[in-house]
Design a binder for this molecule. Structure first.
Ligand SMILES: Nc1ncnc2c1ncn2[C@@H]1O[C@H](COP(=O)(O)OP(=O)(O)OP(=O)(O)O)[C@@H](O)[C@H]1O
Length: 238
């Protein structure tokens, strides 16, 4: 379970995150949506202790993320390609990540198998360093490496970015399956409302750093509410 308490982060005078209280129970699949600059990435960085909060805290299973390393073994994340190691090939990178979590080469291979269609023959065996891959393929490498150790908490910032339509569809399916089969908490952010309502039974809408709506989404029921929110003012201004 993730608990957010009075979490605040400012950049100068700009409030990036300001969340009084928010709970994400284990096993939830949560979509974070919000306009550019709403605070999605900053919130992820605070959850992952990549940024120091100005106030408040985040706990994962009761552990305050900034005060312990324990949650790291059971958390996987891909925020941007800064997470990757550019001078390795994807294979070298996957085995390196596997080693970190005590996985043998064969175990890594086994865990890569379900991603075969997602990789579409363009990731493995290319004899190419990660730095020379396209943005879409880097995105794939990052998502897969975040999932390799079967984390109980998976955080992906804009996982559909740079992916072609069929890869978007495959990763939607894989994430849903992962959440269901592993009982893992999965949190994604996205500007793609269709994908978000397709895969996330719960959706948090961020505005100026605050969660202004916590939407239950059953059979795409959140679609209309989200479309109404994101269309506000558009007709008047055009
Ligand atoms: N390192 C930083 N220095 C200064 N301001 C920052 C920094 N990181 C984020 N911000 C500001 O904090 C606010 C929230 O940014 P954030 O990147 O979290 O939003 P986002 O919802 O992820 O946006 P997008 O959808 O455009 O990716 C924005 O106003 C942004 O300009």
């Amino acid at each position: 379970m993730i608990q957010i308490n009075n979490l605040q982060k400012k950049f100068g005078e700009k409030i990036a995150v300001n969340i009084e209280s928010y709970t994400i129970p284990q096993g939830d699949m949560l979509g974070l949506v919000g306009n550019n600059g709403a605070g999605k990435t900053t919130l992820f960085r605070l959850i992952l202790d990549l940024l120091k909060a100005d106030g408040g805290n985040v706990t994962i299973n009761g552990i305050e993320v900034s005060k312990s390393e324990e949650w790291k073994n059971t958390t996987g994340a891909f925020i941007d390609d800064g997470f990757l190691i550019d001078y390795l090939t994807p294979e070298e990178y996957f085995y390196f990540i596997g080693k970190m979590y005590g996985l043998k080469k064969e175990e890594v291979d086994e865990r890569l198998a379900p991603f075969e269609r997602f990789m579409n023959g363009e990731v493995m065996g290319q004899k190419k360093f990660i730095r020379n891959f396209s943005m879409g393929n880097k995105q794939k490498i990052g998502i897969i490496s975040a999932m390799l150790h079967h984390p109980q908490l998976l955080i992906l910032d804009e996982p559909f970015n740079f992916l072609d339509p069929s890869s978007q569809s495959i990763i939607k399916h894989l994430l849903k399956k992962y959440n269901e089969e592993h009982g893992a908490t999965v949190i994604i952010s996205s500007h793609n409302l269709n994908h978000t309502v397709d895969v996330c039974p719960r959706i948090a809408l961020l505005e100026y750093g605050a969660i202004i709506r916590d939407i239950k989404n059953e059979n795409n029921s959140a679609e209309k509410e989200l479309e109404a929110y994101f269309n506000i003012g558009v007709e008047e201004e055009i």
